[in-house]
Ligand binder design. Sequence first.
Ligand SMILES: Cc1ncc(COP(=O)(O)O)c(C=O)c1O
Length: 389
Amino acid sequence: MQIAERLKKIPPYLFMELRKKIAKAKADGVDVISLAIGDPVDPTPDSIIAELCRTAHDPENHRYPTDEEKGMFAFRQEVARWYEIRYGVKLDPATEVLGLIGSKEGCHHFVMARVNPGDVVLMTDPGYPAYRASILMGEGIPYNVPILPANDYLPEFDKIPADVCKKATALFLNYPNNPTGACATREFFVKLVAFAKANDIAVCYDNPYSEVLFDGQERLSFLSCPGAMDVGVELNSLSKPYNMTGWRIGMACGNPDLIAAISKVKENTDSGIFNAVQFAGIQALRNETANIEKMMAIYARRRTRVLTTLERIGIKFNPPKGTFYLWVPTPKGMSSLEFTNQLFEKTAVVVASGTAYGQYGEGFIRISLTVADSRLEEAMVRIEKAFGK
Ligand SMILES: Cc1ncc(COP(=O)(O)O)c(C=O)c1O
C-alpha cells in the first residue's frame, strides 16, 4: 500500500524502545508506574458531566453541531467572557473566537490556514512534538529555535539568522511551556509582537497550560499584549484546567483573518464539536473555577513531593513555575536516555527523556504530576531506595 511521502518525514517516536520494554515488563508481571504522560487521572468535575448528560438527552443536539466548524455562538461567547475575566482580554465572539477539538487540532489547522509548501516555520527546541508533525504534514520546513535555561527557556529572536526570518511565515510558541515548565513575561510578549511584525510572521501561541501556575505566577494571555491581535492567534483548551483531555474541546482566539482561515479549514475537514460537549464546556468555563484551584493545590503537593525526592538523591534545581511537568536535570555525566533507562530498570518508573522534545532537551527528563497520589508516592519511594545516597 502506498503511504504519503509527507508522513514518512515525521520522525519516529522516541519512546518506541521504552514502550517495548514497558510492554515486556508488564507481561512479566512488573508493576510499572508511568510519570511520562500529561493526562490528569483526576476526574472531570461532576457538574460538567451532569451538563453533558442533560444536554445529550435533547434530540436537538444529536444533529450536526450548531454553527458547525465555528462552534456554538453561546460557547464562543462564554470563551470571550472567560478571556475577559481571566486575562483582561476583550474578544468579539463572532470573529475572534473559534471552537476547537482541542488545541492540538488548532496547531494542525493553523498550519493548513497559514503556511504554504516550502515556507519555514519556527518552533522551539525543546518543544511540543505535535508542532513538527503539523508543519511537516503542511509541507512547511520546521526550523528549531533553541530555548535554553540561561535565557529562562525563552527564545532569543536576535539569534535567528536573517535569511531564516525572511523565509519564515509562522512561529509556534507555548508558555507555560511543555516540557520545561517555563513561563513567559509581558516584556517577552512585547519582543515577540515586534519580531512577528518586523518579519511578517504569524504567531501560533499555544496556551493550554495558562491556568497551571505555581507560587503566585501571573496568569497571562499573549493576546493581552498590545499588537498581538494583529500578528497571531492563541490556542487554549479545557483539557488541563478542567481535567477534560478526553472530551476534545478547546478554542482559537485572536486575529480575525487567521480565525476565518482556520474556520475555512475546519469547514472542509470536520463538522465541529458535539453540542452536548460544548454545553458541558460552557458549564466548565462559567462555573468550575474552583476545580482549577483544587487541582493546583493537588499539583503543588505532588510537585513538592517529587522535588523532595530529587533533592534526596542529589538533584537540586530551581523549578520553573508553570505546567504540571517537572523538567529535571539528569545526574552529572548521564544522558537523558541513560537516566530514563536506569530509572526504568531500577524502579520500573517511566519518565520522558528530554530528547523526545528536541536536541536541546538533552540533559533533562520530564516528570508529569498527573498520576494518582498513591502511585506517585510509590514511585518516589522506589526512586529514593534505588538512587538514595
Ligand atoms: C503544548 C501542548 N499543546 C497542545 C496540547 C494538546 O492539548 P489538547 O488536549 O487541547 O488538544 C498539549 C497536550 O499535552 C500540549 O502539551
